[in-house]
Design a protein around this ligand. Structure first.
Ligand code: ATP
Ligand code: MG
Length: 278
């Protein structure tokens, strides 16, 4: 998806990262919002796409129900162009395409649509001029490996996988990795796992340490060095409709997401500008 060419040569293209794990409540939305805010703080232009019918990322960034006129659902269906769905947030450099519960019907509604797995990718390609200003596009996925998550994986360059530091955390991971392999074979050969982020980590809890050991032993470098601690500020921030970086900028949660953003930026730099073959 090297989709931006111009007279001056190839322009920067947004890097598209899906935040995915089919397990519920592991920190996907918290990671999407706060990683987005941390990139934005580093003067990166970020577009967040809420692809979860729960709409938690939209709520967490202050987009009320009555402000969700054009949503990710309309974009998937091809009913509206991308630009019309993008809204600013209270955070500088951070915009969002919100979601409504309509998305829950996507599985059924899209059954008959040809190319049902690549609707988001197509929308992003068609709207490439509208997203040319962004450095990062972060997609918040629902807790399922359904058609919505598949659309995110087909559209993305890479995945960030939040892994809750709890028992059973690793069990779902193999299924997720199998899905990634499927998508690579079928629709998006360049899809990579950007990294696995341990979330709700508690250093005083043996279980956290054990999950970390297991994850690092099995997944090696794929596990980010940064771990996201369990931090009450992270869970409070959404009720104020702002990222934790704005709510309590010196909290452990804020520092952790800044560190995660830095790690991803450094990885990207080390690998050079990632082109998306297609
Ligand atoms: P879903 O699968 O329902 O979309 P999710 O994977 O997006 O859930 P979140 O909504 O980000 O998970 O987090 C689940 C709950 O845990 C939320 O109440 C959130 O505020 C809280 N939470 C997430 N990360 C942390 C953390 N590091 N410390 C404390 N609370 C956290
Ligand atoms: Mg969520």
């Amino acid at each position: 998806m090297a989709y931006l060419q111009s007279g001056d040569g190839v322009q920067k293209t947004p890097k598209i990262i899906a935040i995915a794990n089919q397990k519920g409540g592991v920190g996907k939305t918290t990671t999407t919002i706060n990683l987005g805010a941390a990139f934005a703080e580093k003067r990166k232009k970020v577009l967040l796409i809420d692809l979860d019918p729960q709409g938690n990322a939209s709520t967490g960034l202050g987009v009320n129900q009555d402000q969700r006129k054009v949503t990710s659902f309309d974009i998937l269906l091809g009913d509206n162009d991308l630009a019309s769905a993008i809204q600013p947030t209270s955070v500088k450099n951070l915009s969002i395409i919100p979601a409504t519960t309509d998305l829950a019907s996507a599985d059924i509604l899209l059954t008959d649509k040809a190319e049902r797995s690549s609707l988001l990718r197509k929308a992003l390609l068609d709207g490439s001029n509208d997203i040319a200003v962004y450095d990062y596009i972060l997609i918040d996925c629902p807790p399922s490996l359904n058609i919505l998550t598949v659309n995110a994986m087909v559209a993305a360059h890479s995945l960030v996988v939040p892994l809750q530091s709890e028992f059973f955390a690793l069990e779902g991971l193999s299924q997720l990795i199998l899905s990634v392999r499927d998508i690579r074979r079928s629709a998006n050969p360049d899809l990579r796992i950007e990294g696995i982020a341990l979330t709700m980590y508690d250093r005083r809890n043996n279980l956290s340490l054990q999950v970390e050991d297991d994850a690092r032993e099995n997944m090696g470098d794929m596990v980010f060095k940064t771990v996201i601690p369990r931090n009450v500020r992270l869970s409070e921030a959404p009720s104020f409709a702002i990222p934790v970086l704005a709510y309590d900028t010196h909290s452990k949660g804020s520092e952790a997401y800044r560190s995660l953003a830095k790690e991803i930026l450094n990885r990207t730099k080390a690998k050079g500008n990632i082109a998306h073959g297609a």
